[in-house]
Ligand binder design. Structure first.
Ligand code: FDA
Length: 280
């Protein structure tokens, strides 16, 4: 059942999924699943998979980049190690056909360190535009974070935010998160930098579409981003409308927690998958 949301267990599986997504007119970002690691060697092994992905993307001329979680690169063990590891990944992305590393955003205990690391790496010679970050619309601080990132020309993926955060840090009501998402989306699309608008929410997509048309923004100056297997109908519609779409494709042995999160986001998915299983 997890195959709907997770491309498979190994690198070959995710490369095949990326080629198929590309054939449907969409770009991909590849995520080797796994969060906290327990030893420096585990962090280095996790990074090694990303090095192999960057080589394979170039060798096969895939339209794909990679998405990386800092905790998987050892952040809770040794931030210096993480900095070295991610620096090497960005370096590799630059030499492997000018590719791009997206650093995913995790819980608020990691927000500052993630922002600091991405800004530091982005400021290094040769790295401009080759490393980007994620901003979560549910956080009060995001507007200020975006202002600083835009001054430095850093590419941003805007999402609503997936972690459980306290009400002193994040809007507790969905309506407020949505309103902030729309406000931040407008700031990003007017910035002249290539950003990702990551959502499956039709209301957020409609607001983006409307803003783009109203302001005469080039549809090629940003992309929508969605998760593999989620709202494939909407992904196809946006492609037909001429928008860029990038699909976030997770893979790997640690698929179970990711899969459970996708089901929890929308209980109807459980029913949907169960029906498909019976049909097969
Ligand atoms: P919302 O949750 O309000 O859902 C709106 C509608 O979308 C639902 O009614 C349903 O129709 C559809 N939908 C949503 N989830 C679905 C599902 N699982 N199955 C079927 N339909 C579904 N978060 C984070 O904190 N850090 C990060 O780095 C990232 N990275 C990231 C990358 C990409 C490409 C995406 C799309 C998302 C993320 N996220 C993330 C996750 C994000 O923060 C958020 O939790 C989810 O995208 C769900 O929010 P939506 O904007 O889709 O809206």
């Amino acid at each position: 059942m997890s195959a709907r949301f997770v491309a498979g267990m190994n690198i070959e599986d995710v490369l095949r999924a990326a080629a198929s997504v590309n054939a449907q007119g969409m770009a991909a970002t590849l995520d080797s699943l796994g969060e906290n690691v327990h030893t420096p060697d585990e962090a280095r092994n996790a990074a090694d998979i990303y090095h192999r992905l960057l080589d394979a993307i170039q060798q096969r001329s895939l339209n794909a980049n990679v998405s990386v979680k800092l905790t998987q690169m050892g952040l809770d063990l040794d931030p210096d190690l993480t900095s070295d590891i991610v620096s090497a990944l960005v370096q590799h992305a630059v030499t492997a056909g000018n590719n791009f590393v997206r650093v995913d955003m995790e819980g608020t205990n990691h927000t500052d360190v993630t922002l600091d690391l991405v800004r530091t790496l982005h400021a290094r010679e040769g790295n401009r535009g080759r490393v980007g970050i994620v901003i979560q619309a549910y956080l009060y601080r995001s507007e200020a974070d975006i202002a600083r990132l835009l001054e430095e020309g850093i590419r941003i993926r805007l999402c609503k935010g997936a972690y459980k955060e306290p009400p002193n840090l994040a809007f507790p009501a969905k309506a407020d998160v949505d309103a902030n998402f729309v406000k931040l989306m407008k700031t990003l699309l007017k910035s002249g930098i290539f950003h990702g608008i990551a959502t499956h929410d039709e209301a957020m997509i409609a607001a983006t579409r409307q803003f783009v048309r109203g302001e005469g923004i080039d549809p090629g100056s940003f992309e929508f981003q969605m998760l593999y297997g989620v709202r494939r109908d909407l992904q196809r519609t946006l492609v037909k409308e001429g928008f860029g779409v990038r699909v976030y494709i997770p893979f790997g042995a640690e698929w179970y927690p990711y899969f459970m999160r996708r089901l929890a986001e929308r209980p109807a998915n459980v029913l949907f998958l169960a029906r498909n299983l019976v049909r097969r």
